[in-house]
Write a new protein. Structure first.
Length: 102
């Protein structure tokens, strides 16, 4: 993010934030510093505020009805922008009608 802002690159980022890479975690474990999986991310991390701190545009979305407006704002911002979309930690991927991979 810092590099994008420093050079004014108009990259647009959407973070689907479920607190992890892949399926996320159903809940934060006791003593998370010792018991979190290696692919865990901090649930509720405000990546949008990080982008703003570097001088870009950041939006935070918790309700699907706010998503279109946040995406429009990001696309119209002349520099880097990030939309941080908070998902349920237990969110599963949508079932596919066919497989993209084995």
């Amino acid at each position: 993010m810092e590099t994008l802002c420093r050079y004014g690159m108009p990259a647009k980022i959407v973070v689907f934030n479920n607190g992890g890479i892949g399926p996320g975690m159903p809940e934060i474990p006791p003593n998370p510093m010792l018991n979190m999986r290696p692919n865990s991310l901090i649930y509720g991390a405000r990546y949008d505020l990080m982008m703003q701190a570097f001088g870009g545009h950041g939006s935070y979305v918790e309700d699907v009805k706010d998503l279109r407006g946040a995406l429009d704002e990001a696309m119209h911002f002349p520099g880097p922008a990030l939309v941080n979309v908070k998902l349920s930690q237990g969110s599963q991927r949508k079932a596919q009608e066919f497989r993209w991979h084995s």
